[in-house]
Ligand binder design. Structure first.
Ligand SMILES: *Cc1c(COP(=O)(O)O)cnc(C)c1O
Length: 339
């Protein structure tokens, strides 16, 4: 297969236009058959629902080249079902889940020359999204929708790759207890932009949001779940207002069944943070990015794993998960979808 002439090892996390996107339109109560398109711009009404009332949801997954040269995606069925749930929550017609996986397959195939080679450290990021398309001025859901999938080759999400991050306890709330924190919607990110710019200006990599109701419990960062290590325990946050990360749910399985760890998914108090030995952010984009330090309004919590490298347990989780994704380690049934 001919590959694009790209310096794969030095890719950052930014948009590069590839050959084809996938598009399907929802009109008169049903989705059309869908198609691949070389057109990467969208023309719509200035009064489109998405532009005024943010009726949009999205997903994120990756295509990997395995050690033996196959192209695969990781658990795309879970992205399909999560997107359907996100859509329903915003009164949008879910894109059929079997068609979602088929569309991912088709769009990756059409962009095969953009899938980074094995061992390059880069992957092809796949971004399905859908939005309210037609004009609305009174507040109500749109009648027409567009579902699209764009792909773009990416390197590491955080500059510096495996260097531990410093994050701060956010001054803002991310998600209300009965709000939209558990769906993957652009609106959750709009509110995080001011907070992330402020955090960056103060020298932090990310914001860690506490729960909005009491501000005593850990939730997640703007775009990744947080995980902790304590002895042989793998501890993750159980909360109805965080995004159910597929990476985190997969790591829970890996920790228990591959590494023999004890898994706890539960409330995590800010107060307990100093008891943990290692911490990391996990998600499709972040993979696992180690956290070295959390700063809570002047109080510094420094994990024993330090600021130079990943702690040993998180490293093992990272190696096992990426080993499964890249075909070096046998995957649980149904996790690897071959393109
Ligand atoms: C997408 C996302 C994650 C990570 O989810 P994955 O399924 O692992 O990619 C975590 N938190 C938020 C807020 C997200 O939007």
């Amino acid at each position: 297969m001919h590959k694009q002439n790209i310096d794969w090892g030095n890719l950052g996390f930014s948009y590069i236009r590839t050959d084809k996107s996938y598009v399907s339109d929802y009109r008169n109560g049903s989705w059309d058959e869908g198609r691949l398109t070389p057109e990467h711009t969208i023309t719509m009404s200035e009064c489109a629902c998405v532009l005024h009332y943010s009726q949009s949801v999205f997903e994120g997954l990756k295509a990997y080249t395995t050690e033996d040269g196959r192209i695969v995606t990781f658990r795309p069925d879970l992205n399909a079902s999560r997107m359907a749930e996100s859509a329903a929550w915003l009164e949008m017609p879910p894109f059929p889940e079997d068609r979602f996986v088929d569309a991912v397959t088709r769009v990756v195939r059409a962009n095969e020359s953009w899938v980074p080679p094995y061992g390059s450290g880069a992957t092809l990021y796949i971004r399905p999204f859908m939005f309210g398309f037609n004009s609305v001025i009174g507040v109500k859901p749109a009648d027409d929708y567009q579902f699209r999938i764009l792909t773009t080759p990416v390197g590491p999400y955080f500059k510096g790759g495996a260097k531990p991050l410093t994050i701060k306890i956010a001054d803002f709330d991310r998600a209300a207890p009965r709000g939209t924190g558990h769906i993957k919607a652009g609106l959750n990110y709009a509110m995080s932009l001011h907070a992330i710019v402020q955090a960056h200006n103060e020298g932090y990599n990310e914001n860690l949001y506490p729960d909005s109701a009491t501000r005593t419990k850990v939730e997640e960062t703007g775009g990744a779940n947080i995980i902790f290590i304590k002895g042989n325990k793998f501890i993750t946050v159980g909360s109805p207002s965080i995004l159910p990360s597929i990476t985190r749910r997969s790591l829970e399985y890996v920790a228990e069944h591959y590494l023999g760890m004890e898994v706890e998914e539960r409330e995590v108090l800010l107060e307990e943070l100093p008891e943990f030995e290692e911490a990391g952010l996990c998600g499709t984009a972040a993979v696992i990015s180690p956290v070295g330090k959390i700063v809570d309004h002047g109080r510094e919590i420094c994990f024993p794993s330090g600021m130079e490298q990943m702690g040993p347990k998180i490293q093992k989780l990272y190696d096992t998960l990426t080993g499964i994704q890249m075909g070096r380690i046998e995957a649980p049934e149904g996790w690897i979808h071959e393109i």
